[in-house]
Write a protein of this length. Structure first.
Ligand SMILES: NC(=O)c1ccc[n+]([C@@H]2O[C@H](COP(=O)([O-])OP(=O)(O)OC[C@H]3O[C@@H](n4cnc5c(N)ncnc54)[C@H](OP(=O)(O)O)[C@@H]3O)[C@@H](O)[C@H]2O)c1
Length: 173
């Protein structure tokens, strides 16, 4: 699967690396440092490369949105037309100093995101998982079998599996 990473920090950098190592074709984008994006791509191996948000989005079948809530509008604008794309968002709608939710009770970050890009398909995922555990979760959900939960979209993306494959996802990705 071709996956564009919008925000290559703690979450995007690690998840993009995990996706690439699972065999997906990953483009890392949106950092203050092009050198950091290049290094992430080199270290992730496979087909991974660095690009702009527009380049990450252009041919992507899925995008990972992994920026602070305050940067969502900026990165979406830079990514361009996202009609028809699947956007997997781990971004939590937090205030500037991450002390409280700015959207809650009557709506959610994903519902607000869906209003910003009404022609995209929004999936909320990974947003309750601290970045510190992502690599170890992936190791336990490895291809050789492990404790990773079968049949969830997150698990199957991590494993590089599609619906219908042995031990694979039970829902469309
Ligand atoms: N960290 C976690 O454990 C965790 C867990 C669950 C959910 N989340 C949510 O996931 C989202 C991402 O969190 P994170 O911890 O991965 O954040 P992060 O490490 O700060 O990563 C954000 C990325 O956006 C880039 N960025 C920010 N402002 C930019 C600008 N003006 N121009 C270009 N690039 C810019 C950063 O660039 P640089 O590379 O230059 O820093 C970085 O690559 C947040 O909404 C957070 O609430 C985080």
């Amino acid at each position: 699967m071709r996956i564009g990473i919008l925000g290559s920090g703690l979450m995007g950098g690690k998840l993009g690396t995990i996706f690439s190592r699972a065999g997906h074709d990953v483009v890392f984008s949106y950092s203050h440092s092009k050198a950091k994006l290049d290094k992430l791509a080199r270290d992730a191996g496979g087909q991974a490369r660095a690009g702009t948000p527009a380049e990450a989005a252009r041919d992507a079948e899925a995008l990972l949105l992994a920026v602070h809530w305050s940067r969502v509008d900026d990165v979406l604008k830079k990514a361009g037309d996202l009609s028809g794309k699947v956007i997997v968002s781990c971004s939590l709608p937090m205030n500037a100093n991450d002390t409280r939710l700015v959207i809650a009770n009557t709506s959610s970050g994903s519902e607000e995101l869906a209003k910003k890009v009404p022609k995209a398909h929004i999936v909320s995922a990974f947003n309750t998982v601290p970045s510190e555990v992502l690599f170890s979760v992936f190791e336990s959900a490895g291809r050789e079998g492990g404790s990773g939960k079968r049949g969830t979209a997150e698990c199957c993306v991590l494993r590089g599996q599609r619906k219908g494959e042995e031990g694979g996802c039970s829902i469309d990705q």
